[in-house]
Write a protein that binds this ligand. Structure first.
Ligand code: SAM
Length: 276
């Protein structure tokens, strides 16, 4: 699906405004969930943590390696990965709220010496070539103003033989385009590639694709499970943020669930920068 708007969105402001509630609701993970079926009674926190595990497992991280978490959110992903694999993580985001929250979370989680979160725009990275052993882009490339350029930057900062894992939305069916338009507008998507287009983007940037999956039926397809699980937290959120802020959060996301369950896919792709 082609871009909805050519102008550049201020994603720093976008996440400064939305991440505090999402951070609370999904325990520091600003991304989608994974439920096996309607009877799966995992909490929302567990369902989003499943996605973190699925996307990071494909990196095969080893103690001492250096990971770039590109578009890191409020930090739970970086903390989880540092704790469970022993890697060093540098996370970048354009949101001031997320930088503060993520650094605080890393300190509280006892991995402040191995997790550093800083401001960084993945369109123009400040790191030298070949800096990282691995790159994670967990639902952040959807915000790229120019996907080719961002993938080029991520390729440049990875060492030869380094791995990248990304996850993001994909277009599965463009019928009823108005529903897709509303979804894209709700989260300011410029582009909604199909799985084949995601793979093309990676290969064009020079990566060798090694593994991919499309698990949309267990992700966007389980939107009813999300609504059910989020409702359980509603009172707590109203107490913390107030009813007007919560209503505004809902208004901003109006349209996100407009597509039919099978129209929005979710891809997880693992690829490698070739060895020299
Ligand atoms: C949907 S959130 C995902 C956050 C995190 N990966 C997670 O799973 O919790 C998208 C993230 O991408 C970041 N982002 C958006 N545009 C960016 C840019 N140009 N450079 C770096 N990060 C960016 C946002 O600040 C936000 O942290």
């Amino acid at each position: 699906m082609t871009p909805v708007a050519a102008e550049r969105v201020d994603f720093g402001r976008h996440y400064d405004e939305r991440s505090p509630i999402t951070d609370e609701l999904r325990d520091g993970q600003v991304h989608m969930w994974y439920w096996y079926d309607r009877r799966d009674d995992a909490s929302l926190t567990e369902a989003v943590l499943r996605m973190t595990r699925k996307v990071t497992d494909t990196l095969g991280l080893r103690p001492g390696e250096h990971l770039l978490d590109a578009g890191c959110g409020p930090g739970e992903t970086a903390v989880h990965v540092a704790r469970t694999t022993g890697v060093r993580v540098t996370g970048i985001t354009v949101s001031g709220f997320e930088i503060d929250r993520a650094n605080e979370r890393a300190r509280a989680g006892g991995v402040g010496d191995r997790v550093t979160i800083q401001y960084g725009d993945f369109m123009d990275l400040s790191f030298p070539d070949d800096t990282f052993d691995a790159v994670l882009a967990l639902e952040s490339l959807q915000n790229a103003p120019d996907l080719g350029r961002v993938l080029g930057e991520l390729y440049r900062v990875l060492r030869p033989g380094g791995r990248i894992s990304l996850s993001d939305f994909s277009l599965e069916s463009a019928r009823e385009p108005e529903r897709i338009r509303q979804f894209m507008a709700a989260i300011e998507l410029r582009e909604l590639p199909t799985l084949a287009q995601w793979l093309d983007h990676l290969r064009t940037a020079g990566f060798e694709v090694e593994e991919y999956t499309q698990c949309g039926p267990r992700v966007f397809g389980r939107k009813a499970k999300y609504v059910e699980a989020a409702m359980v937290r509603q009172r707590e959120l109203v107490e913390k943020f107030g009813a007007p802020a919560l209503a505004e959060f809902g208004r901003r996301h109006h349209g996100f669930f407009a597509p039919r369950r099978d129209q929005i896919g979710y891809v997880i792709i693992a690829a490698r920068k070739p060895y020299r």
